[in-house]
Write a protein that binds this ligand. Structure first.
Ligand code: ABU
Length: 379
């Protein structure tokens, strides 16, 4: 039966088709998380020594919200409908029958939680106890899409138990004390804080290139999580990839498609999966190295790197939204033939990410396409 196109709310297969509807996160109430087996914060110089936790300062949240609201206006001026999540009391302690966690996190990096693939939005498992309930911030929106769009597939990956056996005991204190080259040994072995007892993944470890999904193995996404995604998307090709990042979390400051035939790679995080370049070359895709970031160090109270410089949002395959201080990155996009829209966004970074992290596609024009018809066996 033909679909009534006027009722379709959810549709997005890649990162570059014309954007029509998106979710933009909020900074309100974001916490420096209480310690848990999956993560620990140790920011003594900024008031949060190891073991302490609490809300990020109100004035920081206000600045971040101004930039998020501005992004919303810019998107609306370009004809994009914008929805926002519901803020919860993230300072509350949360529990399941298996554990108690003394704080939640927030609801700024929407891309971490929700993965849009075609007419489906999938709630990721997440791998931190403080983020176990974060999906609730998006439920009012997902419930609405479900009522309005008879074609919408609303899915949730199995909620993980996140018991102690899901984590390598004492991994983070040991890892945080290491130098970068020692940490890189863990990347080469793909052995970080998660065990393989249950599927775990963050949605932001998935790069969407039509029929091909590239999923980064990382500190928040284990092999079992990638296996689950492969079984869940049988009509896609799910490729496991890794990069020379000492502490990888989320693919979108490392490897990002820009338009058909062109992807951007972090200049200091080359792929450790040799088949990745082979597949791209075989299908006439170019991979360009990102420009150097404008920021020299991470923002205060931020767990994100300066490589948010390449964490950009495509409005369509000719137009890219970039953080306004990233002059070299903007210049590179200009030379690559893109129209660049600069927006202020650096004050958002302590709340969990950049422009791509802060957003989730709801609707982009277009349909499922195969951009890599020539495949490589076993990848
Ligand atoms: N959530 C994306 C941040 C990744 C990075 O800082 O490199």
């Amino acid at each position: 039966m033909p679909e009534d196109q006027s009722k379709i709310v959810v549709n997005s297969w890649n990162e570059w088709n014309p954007l029509k509807h998106i979710i933009v996160g909020r900074a309100d109430g974001t916490m420096v998380q209480a310690p848990e087996p999956a993560t620990q914060r140790n920011w003594a110089e900024d008031g949060f020594p190891l073991g302490t936790f609490g809300p990020l300062p109100e004035e920081m949240a206000e600045k971040a919200n101004l930039q998020l609201d501005n992004l919303t206006s810019v998107l609306e001026q370009h004809g994009v409908k914008v929805d926002r999540p519901t803020v919860l009391d993230f300072s509350q302690s949360v529990q399941t029958p298996d554990w108690v966690q003394e704080s939640m996190f927030g609801t700024m990096p929407a891309r971490d939680i929700l993965l849009t693939v075609g007419n489906e939005i999938l709630e990721a498992t997440m791998s931190q106890r403080s983020r176990w309930f974060e999906y609730l911030c998006y439920r009012p929106l997902l419930e609405r899409y479900y009522k309005e769009d008879p074609n919408f597939r609303w899915e949730a990956a199995p909620k993980p138990r996140l018991m102690d056996r899901s984590f390598r005991k004492e991994f983070w204190p040991m890892f945080d004390a290491m130098k970068t080259d020692e940490q890189m040994q863990h990347t080469l072995k793909m052995e970080w804080g998660l065990t393989e007892v249950e599927p775990l993944f963050d949605a932001a470890d998935v790069g969407r290139f039509g029929k091909d999904l590239f999923v980064q193995r990382s500190t928040v996404t284990n092999a079992a999580g990638i296996d689950w995604l492969r079984r869940h998307f049988p009509n896609h090709r799910v490729h496991e990839v890794s990069f020379a990042d000492p502490s990888p979390a989320h693919i979108d400051a490392t490897f990002l498609p820009l338009r058909p035939g062109l992807a951007l790679i972090n200049r200091i995080r080359p792929p450790l999966t040799p088949q990745l370049r082979e597949l791209f070359e075989k299908n006439d895709w170019e991979i360009v190295e990102s420009a150097a970031p404008g920021q020299k160090k991470k923002a205060k109270l931020s767990f994100c790197s300066v490589w948010l410089s390449m964490n950009v949002l495509m409005l369509d395959e000719k137009t890219v939204i970039v953080e306004e201080q990233e002059n070299s990155q903007m210049e590179q996009f200009d030379q690559l033939g893109f129209n660049v829209i600069p927006v202020p966004f650096w004050d958002v970074s302590p709340f969990g990410g950049g422009l791509h992290c802060a957003t989730v596609d709801v609707y982009r024009e277009g349909k499922l396409e195969d951009y890599f018809p020539k495949q490589i066996a076993g990848f």
